[in-house]
Design a protein around this ligand. Structure first.
Ligand SMILES: Cc1cc2nc3c(=O)[nH]c(=O)nc-3n(C[C@H](O)[C@H](O)[C@H](O)COP(=O)(O)O)c2cc1C
Length: 355
């Protein structure tokens, strides 16, 4: 099929393509992760050098039906200049309606991203997420409908799509689908180089990213198995992608963005934070979650983060067990302060000295 041609609107599309923070080096972006990449965590990753972030996936149906749980997932986003909102759904006309609702409530997102990669059975059964890899007509209709809406309203919001390699190993269609999505109006494509069938297992096949880069003229972000600066450099070099997206590598390690940024800048990466610094970051994260979710909500939400931030630290298994029993942010914070002290670190925190 070859490269898709340049439509008359190409110039306008080019202006819409970038939504991350400008930098002399390729962008390194926090991947969308449901239940994880909420506003506090996204802000923390930006503070550590991420170029941009993506919200958790939000249901377009939930937004237009005014579902309060769905809207809650966007709390805090108004202040985030480089955060893209990820939509999922399967009914094309609902997407522009959802975006309109967000704009009506006073927020213009840095970008919109459409989820075509979620492998979860409930999502796939509804025809959304990775099911769209098998349904190019609907995938194209979603992008074309949003593109029409953006043009009609004169909005410069970049329109991105996040895809997988294909449905399964026998149906790798990322390059062909990307070409069709570009033609429909997509300003950029993120490729998680695994099939739906693989979920998150096995190694990502970066050749598929290179195949998409060769097929489209819009920017491509590569995704899958970037856990360190050297991985990011290798992905950029071997695929020609415009930037990288980091998911699991950032769990409990928001500082990974500084490490990757330094590597790409040819500088020696900063030292891994000490255990004390890790706990201090975790406490700062807990504070932000308490403001967002209240004391009990934050304690519950932070359990998994406690697990990730403290991986590999002395006696962390019993810390995590104990953390699961703490029902308020104050109690959890106090536990973490005492744990840092037991390792010989004094941390400054609102939770120090009992809350
Ligand atoms: C817990 C979890 C939740 C995720 N949620 C989403 C999501 O909401 N939307 C999405 O496009 N991808 C989601 N992903 C996939 C990631 O964005 C990313 O594509 C995948 O983890 C591969 O990148 P990595 O190897 O850097 O982790 C999720 C991944 C994980 C582990």
């Amino acid at each position: 099929m070859g490269r898709m041609n340049t439509s008359p609107s190409r110039k306008e599309k080019d202006r819409r393509s970038r939504w991350w923070r400008a930098s002399p080096f390729p962008p390194v972006i926090l991947a969308p992760m449901a239940g994880i990449t909420d506003s506090p965590y996204r802000i923390l990753c930006m503070e550590h050098g991420a170029s941009g972030t993506v919200s958790e996936m939000v249901s377009v149906e939930g937004l237009v039906r005014n579902n309060s749980n769905t809207w809650d997932m966007l709390r805090g986003i108004e202040g985030e200049a480089h955060c893209s909102i990820q939509f999922f759904g399967s009914n094309p006309p609902v997407f522009p309606d959802a975006l309109e609702q967000i704009i009506e409530r006073g927020h213009t997102p840095a970008a919109i991203d459409i989820n075509m990669g979620c492998p979860v059975p409930k999502v796939v059964r509804s025809g959304a997420g990775a099911a769209l890899m098998k349904d190019p007509a609907t995938a194209v209709a979603i992008v074309a409908g949003l593109d029409r809406y953006l043009r009609k309203r004169g909005l410069r919001i970049p329109l991105w799509v996040k895809i997988r390699s294909g449905w399964d190993a026998d149906s790798i269609n990322a390059p062909a689908l990307s070409a069709a999505l570009e033609e429909a109006g997509a300003d950029g494509i993120t490729v998680h180089a695994r099939t739906r069938a693989a979920f998150y297992s096995g190694e990502a096949d970066w050749d598929v990213i290179a195949g998409v880069v060769d097929t489209v003229s819009v920017p491509v972000l590569g995704n899958g198995d970037v856990f360190a600066g050297a991985d990011a450099a290798r992905m950029l070099q071997s695929t020609g992608c415009a930037g990288v997206m980091v998911g699991r590598g950032a769990l409990g390690r928001p500082w990974i963005f500084g490490e990757i940024g330094a590597t790409l800048a040819g500088e020696s990466p900063p030292e891994e934070p000490t255990p004390g610094r890790r706990i201090a970051l975790l406490l700062g994260h807990l504070e932000m979650e308490e403001e967002l979710r209240g004391s009990e909500g934050a304690a519950r939400f932070m359990r998994k983060h406690v697990h990730w931030y403290t991986r590999g630290l002395p006696d962390s298994a019993s810390l995590r067990e104990e953390a699961n029993r703490r029902g308020t942010a104050g109690d959890l914070g106090e536990l973490l302060v005492r744990y840092a002290e037991s390792l010989g670190f004094e941390v400054i925190s609102r939770y120090a000295g009992g809350a």
